[in-house]
Design a binder for this molecule. Sequence first.
Ligand code: FE
Length: 196
Amino acid sequence: MSALQHHRLRDFVTQLAALLDQQPDEATILTHGSALLRPLLQHDDWLDDTFTQPHPQHYQQYLLYADAQQRFSVVSFVWGPGQQTPVHDHRVWGLIGMLRGAEVSQGFRSVNGDLVEDGAPVRLEPGQIEAVSPRVGDIHRVRNAFDDRVSVSIHVYGANIGAVKRAVYREDGSEKPFISGYSNRYLPNIWDLSHG
Ligand code: FE
């Protein structure tokens, strides 16, 4: 394969930081952030294989970049065949963009302490983006749309998402505290300007 086009992720995080410097409201972050994220999803030539490796038992969340002020983070979410998340929330804004394969998200909302499905499942195809946040709908369960192949999505969150205190939800709708962490020890080097 030819050299990885690291400038795509570098450009994205630079532009997103500049957007957040203007302290826009959340709706603006979601619309403008989606426009910035789209080129990353339209070119599958910038992500090192290290950050697309599935785990046999469960999904992987690799940190690709964290803002120095922890205003945002970028992760690759890697689904092995048939894998899914528990029902969970985020507590911050998030953009979920499909890079390879496809995934299916089912939203939920809390009604008198019970979780009920919120609308029909949403299937994301490569290039498509879905938003989450406490304002636009924050609770969902996501699964790989495929039972026979790996899928990869790129997520951007309005915090250092691996450190956010949030929740997964039991069958009865009760919350269980959850801090996701990350699957990787090292980050991609997007700052070597002698390559791509
Ligand atoms: Fe999620």
